[in-house]
Design a protein around this ligand. Structure first.
Ligand code: GCU
Length: 421
């Protein structure tokens, strides 16, 4: 395998299965003191809270709590968007009393459906206007990581050329045609994805902490935690939008934003389903497998994504009190979909599969079928029988029409739009 070509990384990273060390996973169904968990009740009352606090302490940092009631403003509504296929709404979620802190939420609702509708929701990488060429979408004014790429200026802000730049990652028409809505916001509305983010004038930490009189500390949350928190604030809005069925909201996220949806779905049980697309290390992949990206690489490249403690487990993954199958187990009993792509060895497709497989232990408490085989399926052979779905798409690190078609058919089984028979 010519792994130099994979993701452009040097040979020092392990892409050889035979170099994966032996490992023992921590048991999702055993308390830290060794007490076995045998009932749904003790899972929900004891082990779930214990695992959540372990993930806060050792991986993502402490989640700060919900602010007082948020204000919303519907900034625009177009009932005839996309040639009549959808209603497009833009909603500002004000996080502060002044107007400086806001999430600009973009919502599409299928006109073919009666309200309330089931939704997919996720954060986007480069601004709402990049998810579709629809000229009615307001342009994000924020900095992005895409300086000088087509559609982006030298300072990282977007220009008109960015409209629809990432449309292939959202497949909006396919989602709407299947009867689902879509809600999305730019992740940078919450916190920009920069190592130096905490020093920027618009940084979230200082703002949030000052505003709430909380002191930032050793255990403070990383950006994945902030993004996950933001997804819950988006859900706060959806819960009071009469066009939306807030009991049927599926989170979807790709890569670093896939890590964020897993953490959001683990903490916030209002999300009815979670889809992790190529989330890899710090997301779906098992840390102990040491294949592709590891704790050392991710905490060196992106220390700002995590709480300060995670880096202590670099090269010492076996000492991490949790592993990521337990993050997935926290989503139980809700439907969960984990997807890999065959060329994305950096994210460790096998480690993502095994993590989803082992998460099944918690689902079994609820007598739900999870993944049956401990061996990953072949590339291009999706597994969708149980309440945990998995596929490994042929191709590169991305989210494509192929992936969406599978997420939509999985959602049809578990979140079926009410008026579809
Ligand atoms: C890098 C990083 C991954 C991450 C990915 C992405 O490759 O190492 O952990 O998932 O970026 O977000 O695209």
């Amino acid at each position: 395998l010519a792994f130099e070509s994979v993701h452009g990384y040097a040979q020092k990273f392990n892409y050889y299965e035979k170099l994966v060390p032996e490992y023992t996973l921590p048991d999702a169904l055993k308390m830290q003191d060794g007490t076995p968990i045998k009932s749904i009740r003790s899972w929900e009352r004891k082990r779930r809270p214990e695992l959540l606090s372990l993930f806060q302490e050792h991986v993502y940092g402490q989640t700060r709590h919900v602010p007082k009631k948020l204000r919303y403003r519907v900034a625009s509504t177009d009932r005839n968007a996309l040639g009549g296929l959808a209603t497009r709404k833009e909603v500002v979620i004000f996080l502060a009393d002044d107007t400086t802190r806001r999430i600009n939420l973009l919502v599409y609702l299928p006109n073919s459906q009666n309200s309330p509708v089931a939704m997919f929701m996720g954060l986007n990488f480069a601004g709402n206007q990049t998810i579709h060429a629809d000229p009615g979408i307001s342009m994000s004014k924020s900095w992005t990581r895409f300086a000088n790429k087509p559609g982006f200026n030298q300072d990282g802000t977007a220009n008109e050329g960015s409209r629809g730049a990432y449309a292939s990652r959202w497949q909006l028409e396919a989602i709407l045609e299947k009867g689902y809505g879509l809600a999305t916001a730019y992740h940078g509305d919450l916190q920009l994805d920069r190592r130096d983010a905490a020093t920027l004038p618009q940084n979230f930490y200082t703002w949030y902490n000052q505003d709430r009189s909380l002191q930032p500390g050793e255990n403070d949350w990383g950006i994945i935690g902030v993004w996950a928190w933001g997804l819950s604030r988006m859900m706060d809005y959806l819960e009071q939008d009469p066009d939306v069925d807030a009991n049927r909201v599926a989170l979807v996220g790709h890569s670093r934003l896939g890590k964020a949806v897993l953490w959001a779905g683990a903490q916030d049980e209002r999300f009815a389903m979670v889809v992790s697309n190529n989330s890899g290390e710090g997301g779906a992949a098992l840390a102990r497998r040491k294949f592709g990206e590891t704790v050392e690489e991710i905490t060196q490249a992106a220390p700002h994504w995590f709480g300060a403690n995670f880096k202590k487990f670099a090269r010492k993954e076996e000492e991490l009190p949790v592993d990521f199958h337990q993050l997935l187990a926290l989503i139980s009993p809700r439907p969960l979909y984990v997807a890999s792509s065959s060329e994305d060895l950096w994210a460790d497709p096998k480690g993502e599969y095994l993590s989803a497989y082992h998460a099944g232990a918690a689902y079994k408490l609820y007598k739900l079928n999870a993944l049956c085989s401990s061996a990953p399926p072949a590339v291009g052979e999706p597994v969708q029988e149980g309440v945990i779905g998995y596929h490994n798409r042929k191709g590169a690190h991305d989210i494509t029409r192929y992936d969406w078609d599978l997420y939509l058919s999985f959602a049809d089984k578990h979140l079926k739009p009410a008026s579809f028979s």
